[in-house]
Design a protein. Sequence first.
Length: 336
Amino acid sequence: MNNELSTYAVAILDHIKNNTRVVPGYGKVSSVQELKVAFGIKRESEELEELKAAIKELAKKKLILEIQRGALSITPLGNTYRPNVTTSSKPSAGYIPNQMEMGILQHFYERTNKGHEKETIKGLTQDVCHKYTDWTREQVEEAIKVLVYQKFLDKKDVSSKMAFGMGGKKEYMSVKTHYVLLSGKALMLLSNRDASPHVVAASIHVAESPYSTRRRLEEVFAAAKSSIRVVDAYIGRKTLDYLLSASVPIKIITSSQKEKNFDQALIDFQTEFKPGIEVRESNAFHGRVIILDESRVYLIDHSIKDFGSKPSSIVELTEPEVQKVYNQLFNDSWGE
């Protein structure tokens, strides 16, 4: 199977994977209507045609199944699908492990601190599945493959001799055991992590893969504990999609150059998902800023709605005095 999917198709697949609605016998299920709401699509439009084309693409590759009119179920193949990762792929310098991959690395890191410096792939898979009971063996095995490809795990084959035969005559055969170890790249990542579960504390993140870059931005918003403040002059409906991962009050400063029909999309978003989101207009800023909990400040080089469409970066400003300046600028523009 061709491992390439359009970005829209990958987003649909990811949405169904994260869906909590389960139908007995079919697993996780979504619907065309739910997808339209999730992606901010209204009635007949060009975007609706793109959605239908992406659904057809997924069905053709047998990654989703239409179980009844308008209802879509993810297949086992769809559950294990990973975009842009093959045995011949080169590691991406800015690759950010997803939640499952990060969980595997963190678990391995904890065991390493207890003296388990290497693990067999089979043993690590069993151990992780025992800890995370909602992850399937196939999913974990695929995630370990990705971690090896992206050089977060080093693979090591150890040869040994095994005796066999009866009586006094013994013969020996060579047996290879496949081990994995945490790489230096993984140790740097893990040792720099703070208490928030999926955010790397490195200062700069540049991703070559649009999909992985978008996931990184969602993880930033999900890490907020008390508030999110955003400055972005060009917001759109996709901006709201990223904010679905957040569970705190949100304030956004933008310009009058919002995407067409954004105001209605915001009203619908507030009604269905997050009443605690406020948007105000100001021309005081040109750059894009994300402030979490009034203490973590990020600069991004693309508007959020277009983030990941080209190689993108997130820069975390760690200097306390600089963080105070950006907080004050936001407060002044907001009118606090």
